[in-house]
Design a protein around this ligand. Structure first.
Ligand SMILES: [Zn+2]
Ligand SMILES: [Zn+2]
Length: 751
């Protein structure tokens, strides 16, 4: 059978649906290609993993490069045999240097377990240890291992501050392996880049030359540049062009839910139909609560004996549960898993026939990572993308599928020289080994100035040309913004482990009192929320409705960093504090098919539930006389529409994740700017640097927003041009025509 046949067989399942003609918008076949093998030195054959006899061309090329360069990146995407390729040079090195060690950096604990399983199966004589959050207190034993698998957090506050304990391991280090480097982007990526600079500094204290750095990553626009930004040294690249692994082909479908069915309902229906036919499916959704609801709805379509074949998987569940699901996936004992981006990285799942992507995951990099989870080398697969039609960016793919299937993947961004982050890591570095001006190699030219400030503030002590620290603050520096701190308890049972853990941000937005909250596809109702003690109590809920919070967002300016004055229009960027207030919630009938009848009413809290975080923002202010042509009662809805226009255009301009940027418009005037203002802020504690990148491109941003609005023939703004699902004001009060006029006036000023 030709390879496309398998995908077409599954496609038949969808063709049998009564609404197929309406919903199936476009299809694109990504053709299969055969494996291309490279040559390998016969004496290394014994080093290959069990069951593998040849190397793909890109794997062989990587191996030959490692004898001449000190850092290589393999950006060949999912399922291209990266694990073995990255670890093979170490395996070979061990033939000669029996005591060589390797350090393997992974972004999640699940990946750590997978690396351990694979390496241990490859060579049972190796001592492969995992050092993540769950293995405190065994440090001495860990430091004796041959391979240590570590998360960036543990490298940062576990290994580096106590490097003396690890001196033997570090002194014998042959290679540092970093997989899934696309995860190291934005603020988190900038932190990781600084941790890697600290690691290299410490390594040079124990060895004369640096070990081999081996990086693996998804397909992206700038793999070499990204790797070099992470390591602060030149990196040799092997990219998708050189990928020699086989690919069975994949049929991508663009599927629009019928107007009367939500994204969640439609996804559940599709997955149920496919599971019924015995195929294995992975569903990706970017919202955690949607994961739960999709499973809940799928159960309604499936006979009960198939319920245990469909599982939710996301952060927040206990380690045991996640491990069990991972194991069942690999052994193909579950047919379908519904998940967030958590499973997007290279976790094994056995053979997958279909991937359903419910809502655009924010970037093409993620889209292709997710799609790549389906199929096998000799068999084709199906990928169904169901856009969230209330989102203008998602909906734009319906008219422009080429933006999804022909556009290049994004470039990733990180900034290891951001003074805020650099200051923290300089303090950590100085505590590890005294800093000298030679360390500019790692921390850049501004280090000198920052060190002087740190001495002035008495965080560092200067003696001659050495800078030392009193204490190591690594444990106070968090690399990822929101940690899992809030426990959700079921009923009053404190003698059992909590139902799950969440973070403070999601606790406020999803677990306010009386909220309906899903865990493992079971609905609960929040009975108590103690914000001061970080505790939530829930009970099983049997009602037929769901809840949605009503929010207001407040932005306080903490520091203006720079500003451009253009007379009546001014834009600035800087530090802000964002506070989300949950002021009440609405009840929506479950299983309702849209329309007003679905809404059951609203309840308000006497005191709002609030969450604040500090981040970066870009803000635009408008002088009163300039807004005069806009009718007084329309100013609010015009500025709201302008804000949406900017928000929708920004991911296209800076190629960022759309979820990491949000906005709020303040009328008639903001208490600090004293003018009508629009804030675009970075929706993560500490910020991700998007505001800084947008600041210099406000003109382009406006032009792009205007063209998005004008391209749509609608009069009043629709989901193709103006609506966004995360709008705090439920896409109400948006005035498209007024926004277009305002953008035109801005454009004239900019010319
Ligand atoms: Zn429209
Ligand atoms: Zn809005």
């Amino acid at each position: 059978m030709n390879t496309r046949e398998h995908a077409e067989q599954i496609h038949m399942v969808l063709k049998a649906l009564p609404h197929y003609q309406v919903s199936m918008k476009r299809a694109q076949w990504f053709p299969e290609h055969k494996a291309q093998f490279g040559t390998i030195d016969p004496s290394f054959r014994g080093c290959l993993p069990p069951g593998i006899e040849q190397l793909y061309a890109h794997q062989a090329q990587l191996l030959s490069l490692t004898s001449t360069v000190s850092a290589v990146a393999l950006a060949t995407g999912v399922a291209s045999g990266k694990t073995y390729a990255l670890a093979l040079p170490f395996r070979i090195a061990r033939l000669k240097q029996k005591q060589a060690t390797a350090l393997c950096l992974v972004s999640t604990k699940a990946l750590a377990r997978q690396w351990q399983r694979r390496l241990q199966a490859w060579d049972p004589t190796w001592r492969v240890e995992i050092y993540t959050g769950d293995t405190e207190g065994k440090k001495f034993r860990l430091a004796q291992a041959d391979v240590v698998i570590v998360t960036p957090e543990k490298l940062h506050h576990g290994i580096l501050p106590q490097h003396q304990l690890w001196h033997t391991f570090l002194g014998r280090l042959h290679s540092v392996i970093l997989d899934d480097c696309q995860e190291y982007r934005g603020v988190f990526g900038s932190h990781v880049a600084l941790v890697l600079r600290r690691l290299q500094r410490v390594l040079l204290h124990y060895c004369t030359t640096l070990p081999l750095f081996m990086l693996g990553s998804a397909l992206m626009g700038n793999p070499r540049e990204h790797a070099e930004h992470l390591l602060a040294q030149p990196v040799e690249l092997i990219d998708a062009e050189q990928n020699g692994s086989a690919f069975g082909g994949c049929l991508h479908l663009l599927w629009q839910p019928p107007a009367y069915r939500s994204l969640v309902e439609e996804t559940a229906l599709l997955l149920a139909k496919i599971v019924e036919q015995g195929y294995r499916v992975v569903v990706f959704s970017h919202a955690r609560q949607s994961v739960e609801k999709i499973v809940d709805r799928a159960y309604r379509h499936l006979p009960s004996h198939l319920h245990q074949q469909v599982r939710p998987y996301r952060g927040g569940y206990t380690l045991d549960e996640r491990e069990e699901t991972e194991e069942r996936l690999v052994k193909e004992q579950v047919q379908c898993v519904v998940t967030t981006r958590a499973l997007e990285v290279g976790l094994e799942m056995g053979k997958i026939d279909v991937v359903i992507i419910a809502g655009f995951p924010g970037s093409l990099i993620s889209y292709y990572q997710q799609a790549g989870r389906a199929g096998r080398q000799w068999q084709s697969a199906l990928c169904v993308f169901v856009p969230q039609v209330v989102n203008a960016l998602d909906a734009s793919f319906l008219n422009h599928p080429e933006r999804l299937w022909q556009a290049p993947t994004e470039s990733l961004w990180l900034n290891a020289y951001s003074p805020a982050l650099l200051t923290m890591h300089l303090r950590c570095a100085a505590a590890e080994l005294p800093l000298t001006l030679q360390d500019e190699r790692w921390f850049g030219r501004q280090m000198d100035l920052l060190l002087k400030e740190l001495v002035q503030n008495r965080y560092l002590i200067q003696d001659d040309d050495h800078y030392r620290a009193h204490e190591n603050i690594a444990s106070q520096v968090h690399l990822r913004s929101w940690g899992l701190e809030v426990a959700i308890w079921k009923d009053d049972r404190r003698n059992v482990p909590p139902l799950e853990r969440t973070d403070r941000y999601h606790a406020v937005l999803e677990c306010y009192p009386q909220a309906v909250y899903y865990s493992r596809a079971v609905p609960y109702r929040v009975t108590r929320f103690e914000q001061t003690r970080d505790e939530i109590q829930v009970e099983r809920f049997w009602g037929a409705y769901e809840t949605k919070p009503f929010l207001t967002t407040q932005v306080d300016i903490l520091k203006e960093v720079e500003a451009t004055d253009d007379g009546p229009f001014r834009w600035a960027r800087g530090k802000v504090r964002v506070t989300h207030h949950v002021v009440g919630f609405g009840k929506k009938r479950k299983h309702a098919n849209g329309g007003q009848a679905a809404f059951l009413g609203r309840e308000d809290f006497s005191q709002p539930y609030s969450y604040s975080f500090e981040t970066n923002a870009l803000w635009m202010t408008f002088a009163e006389e300039w807004l005069k042509p806009v009718r007084q009662d329309r100013v609010k809805s015009v500025l709201h529409a302008v804000e949406h226009g900017w928000l929708l255009a920004s991911p296209l301009l800076i190629q960022g994740d759309r979820d990491e940027m949000n906005g709020v418009s303040v009328t008639p005037h903001h208490p600090q700017t004293h003018q009508a203002s629009i804030f675009l802020y970075e929706e993560c504690a500490g910020g991700n640097g998007y505001g800084e990148r947008l600041y210099s491109r406000v003109r382009e941003l406006s032009t792009m927003a205007l063209s998005l609005l004008e391209a749509c023939p609608c009069q009043d703004g629709c989901y193709h041009c103006l609506q966004i699902p995360y709008c705090r004001y439920l896409n109400e009060n948006l005035e498209k025509r007024g926004a277009i006029q305002l953008f035109h006036r801005l454009e004239k000023r900019f010319l």
